[in-house]
Design a protein around this ligand. Structure first.
Ligand SMILES: NC(=O)c1ccc[n+]([C@@H]2O[C@H](COP(=O)([O-])OP(=O)(O)OC[C@H]3O[C@@H](n4cnc5c(N)ncnc54)[C@H](OP(=O)(O)O)[C@@H]3O)[C@@H](O)[C@H]2O)c1
Length: 271
C-alpha cells in the first residue's frame, strides 16, 4: 500500500504525515506538494516528494502514479469556485492513475447550509467518479480563538466576547491528523463518511475556565456588545455545535481537553 497526501506542506498535511510515519515506513508515503522548496523537512524524513499542483493537471497525473490511497486535503484557495475546479482536477487525475481509494478532508458543518457548497459538491464528484472513497469531515479548527485576545484576557482577568449563544465543536489539527492517519491505514471502513467532531461542544464560559486553569489565575467571561470582529459574522453563519463519537473512535483516545489545546495559542500570543 502506498499513501499519497496532497497539500503535504500545509499544517494539517505535515501533522498527518508525522502520524503516519509512526505506523508505516517512509517508503510507503508520498508527499504531494505545490512548492518543493517548502518540503525539505519532509524529504529528510525519507518520504518521497512529488509535485502535485491542483492547478496543473500534468503534475497530478505523474504524482498519483502507483499511489493506491490518495488523501485530497481540500484546497485553501479563497474562491470556492476555484477550489471546486481544483478538486475535480485531482479526482479526475486519481481515476486516470488507477488510485484504489480516495479520501477527502471536508468540513463537518457544510451540509447544514446550501447544497451547492464546495465540500458537498466535491463529495458528489468523488461519489460520481466510481472510485472507492471515504469522506473525513473535519470540525472547526481551533485557530479562530487566536483573534479573541487570549493574552489580554489573562492579563485583565476578563475574556470579552460578542454577545450570543455561542457553542463550538472546535478541535486541534493534531487530533484531526491522528484520526485521519488511522482511517488512511485501516481496511475497516464501516461508513462512507466520518464526522471528525468532538463528543462535546464548548462555550466561551468553558474557554474562560480553561484560560484560568492554564494561567493559574481567575479569568471570567463577559459579553461585550462593543466587541466587533469579522470572525463573529463567520461563526454566526455556521452552527458548529453538533457532536459525534467518530473523532475519538478513530483516535482511540479522548479529544485533547480545551485547557491543553489552548496552550499553543496562548504561548504564541506571548511572543
Ligand atoms: N476545518 C476548518 O476549520 C478549516 C479552516 C481553514 C481551512 N480548512 C481547510 O483545510 C485545509 C487544510 O488546512 P491547513 O491548515 O493544512 O491549511 P494550510 O496550512 O494553508 O495548507 C494548505 C496546503 O495546500 C497547499 N496548496 C495550496 N494551493 C495548492 C495548489 N494549487 N496545489 C496543491 N497544493 C496547494 C499549500 O501548499 P503551499 O505550502 O505551497 O502553500 C499547503 O500545503 C485548507 O486547505 C482548507 O481547505 C479547514
Amino acid at each position: 500500500m502506498t499513501i499519497m497526501i496532497t497539500g503535504a506542506t500545509g499544517q494539517l498535511g505535515k501533522l498527518i504525515i508525522t502520524e503516519l510515519l509512526q505506523k508505516i515506513p517512509a517508503g510507503q508515503l508520498i508527499a504531494g506538494v505545490r512548492n518543493p522548496d517548502k518540503a525539505a523537512g519532509l524529504q529528510q524524513s525519507g518520504v518521497e516528494i512529488r509535485i502535485a499542483d491542483y492547478n496543473l493537471e500534468a503534475s497530478l497525473d505523474s504524482a498519483f502514479r502507483n499511489a493506491s490511497r490518495l488523501l485530497l486535503i481540500s484546497s485553501p484557495h479563497q474562491d470556492d469556485a476555484v477550489r471546486l475546479v481544483q478538486h475535480k482536477r485531482v479526482i479526475d487525475a486519481a481515476r486516470r492513475a488507477g488510485v484504489e481509494h480516495i479520501f477527502y478532508t471536508g468540513f463537518a458543518f457544510s451540509h447544514q447550509g446550501s447544497p451547492d457548497n464546495v465540500h458537498t459538491l466535491t463529495e458528489q464528484a468523488i461519489a460520481d467518479s466510481g472510485l472507492r472513497y471515504t469522506f473525513l469531515r473535519n470540525a472547526l479548527y481551533l485557530d479562530f480563538i487566536n483573534v479573541l485576545g487570549l493574552q489580554e484576557a489573562i492579563i485583565s482577568g476578563e475574556l470579552l466576547t460578542s454577545p450570543g449563544e455561542w457553542r463550538f465543536n472546535s478541535v486541534t489539527r493534531r487530533d484531526l491528523a491522528q484520526a485521519t492517519a488511522a482511517v488512511l491505514l485501516s481496511d475497516q471502513h464501516d461508513h462512507p463518511s466520518y464526522e471528525f467532531t468532538a463528543p462535546q461542544a464548548w462555550t466561551f464560559h468553558d474557554l474562560a475556565e480553561a484560560l484560568s486553569e492554564w494561567a493559574g489565575k481567575s479569568v471570567v467571561h463577559r459579553e461585550d456588545p462593543g466587541i466587533q470582529h469579522w470572525i463573529y459574522n463567520y461563526l454566526a453563519s455556521i452552527n458548529t455545535s453538533a457532536t459525534t463519537s467518530d473523532l475519538e473512535r478513530w483516535m482511540g483516545r479522548p479529544v485533547t481537553p480545551l485547557k491543553k489545546s489552548i496552550a499553543d495559542f496562548v504561548i504564541a500570543g506571548q511572543k
